[in-house]
Design a protein around this ligand. Structure first.
Ligand code: ZN
Length: 357
């Protein structure tokens, strides 16, 4: 970042996209099944990286910007800092105790006194996996005081892709949009009445974990029958009899085979398209969007199964909710999340340029 900036450049904002559930106030990753992350202070790690560059910060880019509510800080460990710096692959963190996907540090730092953590399978809400606690964290003078630390806005990648498509892509002029992003998992970014819908803590829009088949397959989140277990890459590849770990390349091969008349590929595409349509019908009933956008590998899946999706929508969604909805593919492609992060980073500057004079 610093290498790309001209000499004397000053930071006007910083934001990052990650495929995970992210606490809005400080960029703390609660759960990123695809990364294997549970309770990782990504925002803190990114702030440390920015501080280490020595870049000049405008006061408006600091942590205690108006409206920001700093949570108790937990120092990032070396593995995460290395991952952020691109020196290593992200460290994989399994939950300590509990079943798959149970956030080991649930409750850390953000539970109010009257909140009762979900302890039904472990009885342990400690933060063992992170080494953190409710009271102890090293803010160390070398990492900057709260008054000087940069505010790094970290968001879910689908939320940011939705933001970008709304601002500059397929959904310009649409105030009610559902953006779906598919890869190994399925994420959702929702714009309602022109504003992102991210929920109380920033964790909203996890449409991939909408339970559509209670008798279905286990999900990476610890539940069963989540939508992504029926429409994610793994589901299509398995249904088509392909290597379930072949990712985007495998999805493209299945879609291509279906287009050339391969019966098993066509059946797999129809099956996943059907499930895709079920979920879209639910989302259309809930949000009454003007547009649903299919991004990531869901773009290919949707294009190959548009008939199933539309058919399910017509059969299962309420006429009043569905009658004006447009089904689209992204304009900004794979760059959408990155562009959304840039939108977010520039927001304070655009909102009040005098703060940056
Ligand atoms: Zn799930």
């Amino acid at each position: 970042m610093q290498k790309a900036a001209p000499p004397g450049a000053r930071l006007v904002g910083s934001a990052a996209a990650v495929s995970a559930m992210v606490r809005r106030e400080d960029g703390f990753v609660r759960l990123g099944p695809e990364l294997g992350w549970v309770d990782q202070p990504l925002g803190e790690a990114l702030a440390d990286v920015i501080i280490s560059t020595g870049v000049d910060l405008f006061p408006a880019t600091r942590l205690r910007a108006p409206g920001a509510v700093p949570a108790q800080r937990q120092a990032p460990d070396d593995d995460l800092v290395d991952a952020v710096n691109g020196r290593t692959m992200p460290a994989r963190r399994g939950p300590a105790g509990g079943g798959p996907g149970v956030p080991a540090g649930a409750g850390q730092g953000d539970l109010l006194d009257d909140e009762v953590p979900d302890t039904d399978d472990t009885g342990d809400t400690g933060g063992d996996a992170t080494g953190g606690s409710d009271t102890g964290h090293d803010t160390g003078s070398d990492t900057g005081s709260d008054a000087t630390r940069p505010l790094v806005q970290v968001r879910n990648n689908a939320d940011l892709a939705a933001l970008a498509e709304h601002a500059r892509g397929a959904a310009v002029g649409c105030d009610n949009v559902v953006y779906l992003y598919g890869d190994a998992g399925v994420g959702g970014g929702i714009i309602a009445a022109g504003r992102p819908v991210t929920g109380h803590g920033g964790y909203g829009g996890e449409v991939g974990h909408m339970v559509v088949n209670p008798a279905g397959k286990p999900c990476s989140c610890g539940s069963h029958g989540c939508w992504e277990t029926e429409i994610g890459e793994h589901a299509l590849l398995t249904a088509a009899g392909r290597d379930p770990s072949s990712g985007r390349e495998g999805i493209l091969a299945v879609v291509d085979a279906a287009g050339r008349g391969d019966a098993s590929a066509q059946a797999a595409v129809r099956q996943v398209g059907d499930w895709l349509g079920f979920g879209v019908a639910n989302l259309v009933n809930i949000f009454n969007p003007e547009m649903v956008i299919f991004g990531g590998t869901l773009r290919e899946v949707y294009l190959a199964s548009a008939a199933q999706v539309r058919s399910r929508l017509n059969r299962n969604a309420l006429p009043a909710c569905r009658e004006h909805v447009r089904l689209r593919t992204p304009v900004l492609g794979e760059d959408a999340a990155l562009l959304g992060a840039a939108e977010l980073a520039f927001e304070p500057l655009f909102a009040d340029p005098l703060d940056f004079a």
